[in-house]
Ligand binder design. Structure first.
Ligand code: SF4
Ligand code: SF4
Length: 90
């Protein structure tokens, strides 16, 4: 399930460099997550890194993007060509 950033976002920028899939960018009023790239951190971490670093809990799972682990891992592979996923993360 891709994550999304809510209106609580204060645009601090902390999440952007932490995303292993380069899914986060600065939007007009908040930072935004590209649901086509966010893999819920599957392949890199055991839990969502953006949600871990966000000071205002603005990074949350988006129920509009339900996906299987296989689909999430496929997104990770696309974002990290030539690499192997970290064990225990998928
Ligand atoms: S959950 Fe992980 S992959 Fe998705 S936007 Fe956050 S840091 Fe990036
Ligand atoms: S870490 Fe949280 S508050 Fe900071 S830019 Fe990301 S979503 Fe917004």
């Amino acid at each position: 399930m891709a994550y999304k950033i809510t209106e609580e976002c204060i645009s601090c920028g902390a999440c952007e460099p932490e995303c292993p899939n380069q899914s986060i960018s600065e939007g007009d009023s908040t930072y935004v997550i590209n649901p086509d790239k966010c893999a819920e951190c599957v392949g890199s971490y055991q839990s969502s890194k953006c949600s871990e670093v966000c000071p205002v809990d603005a990074c949350v799972p988006d129920p509009a993007h339900k996906e299987t682990k296989e689909q999430l891992l496929a997104k990770w592979r696309k974002a990290n060509p030539g690499k192997e996923p970290a064990s225990g993360t998928y």
